[in-house]
Design a protein around this ligand. Structure first.
Ligand SMILES: [Zn+2]
Length: 321
């Protein structure tokens, strides 16, 4: 991870997780219209394979781009198809993003854009290795505006000390070490990433929050309405990379899904898994709650890909090869 991304990440992690029990800024109905927050997530149909928006050619190899642009906090999928390709990687925003085997054919990679990434065009270069050596192709990709909202929040007096940016920085350092590893193979299946509970979405991803009129932070995930004690399920299969108590996120679980993709579940009242444990999609990780920098019971769901906080709702709707 380069220094620029570290700074951007740090900014994003001055952030997170604070429960808007009394200050909802948006109300988005759940996809199927259900409002029962304790229901187990319904199995949504996996996203359909889209047609490629752009195709680059490197000799007989095709690089397909399944996006026109990548939003701040969004993702874009690259797919390399061709005979004799042994490996591929992308150079994007100062990082090298590895490709992994796709389900059907070829290799794929997930590009991400940080919430704070300036909206403009950037170079993208894809390298493919064949018996003949390494070849590459380049294009320009626009990072689009995330359309994030701004809001003010009051942290309750007994937890107001948690708005200290130093506390967030320390928490970021712990999380950053977990998210560094993007070498494990993919563990999710063709159903992709599901919601951890079946609740209403309340506070949106990327929201810029002014806490107690003092500290500005970025919301790194989505809040979902939930009473204390709602079973929180793994969005997809993976390995528990963190399970424990953090200052801001409270009782917190991170699942490593492989390929630099992580999901996080914050403010839990109980944790039912331990670090290193393999979990299946839908396995209960713990119970929703109100621990950490939170002003009421709710579920905070977040995802990190290649070190960037990304919108979990975008990820759950994106077809992955
Ligand atoms: Zn939150």
């Amino acid at each position: 991870m380069n220094w620029m991304k570290r700074i951007l990440l740090l900014g994003a992690v001055l952030s997170c997780v604070f429960a808007p029990a009394f200050a909802q800024t948006t109300e988005t109905p759940p996809p199927d219209g259900t409002t029962t927050p304790t229901e187990i997530p319904a199995t949504l149909p996996p996203p359909e394979r889209p047609t490629a928006r752009t195709t680059l050619t490197i000799g007989a190899v095709e690089v397909q781009l399944y996006f026109d642009a990548i939003k701040q906090g969004g993702i874009g999928v690259l797919h390399v198809i061709g005979d004799g390709v042994t490996a591929a990687r992308a150079e994007w925003l100062g990082d090298i993003i590895p490709f992994f085997p796709a389900r059907d054919d070829g290799l794929f990679a997930i590009l991400s854009a940080n919430i704070e990434q300036t909206s403009r065009e950037y170079d993208l270069t894809v390298y493919v290795d064949t018996a003949a050596g390494t070849s590459s192709a380049s294009t320009r990709v626009r990072v689009g505006l995330g359309g994030f909202v701004r809001s003010t929040f009051t942290v309750p007096n007994d937890r107001a000390y948690l708005i200290d940016p130093e506390i967030e920085r320390a928490e970021f350092a712990r999380l950053s070490a977990v998210f560094e590893d993007n070498t494990a193979p993919r563990q999710w299946d063709e159903t992709g990433f599901a919601m951890p509970i079946f609740g209403e979405f309340t506070s949106p991803f990327g929201e810029l929050r002014l806490l107690n009129d003092v500290v500005e932070t970025r919301h790194t995930g989505w809040d979902m309405r939930a009473a204390t004690g709602v079973p929180v399920q793994a969005s997809a299969a993976g390995t528990v990379a963190f399970a424990g108590l953090l200052d801001i996120r409270g009782n917190y679980v991170i699942v490593d899904h492989g390929q630099g993709v992580f999901s996080g579940y914050a403010h839990l009242s109980q944790i039912h898994v331990t670090r290193g444990q393999k979990v299946t999609a839908g396995q209960v990780l713990g119970m929703s709650g109100n621990t950490g920098r939170s002003s009421g019971p709710h579920m905070h769901w977040e995802m990190n890909i290649n070190g960037d906080w990304v919108d979990p709702r975008i990820v759950s709707r994106t077809w992955l090869p």
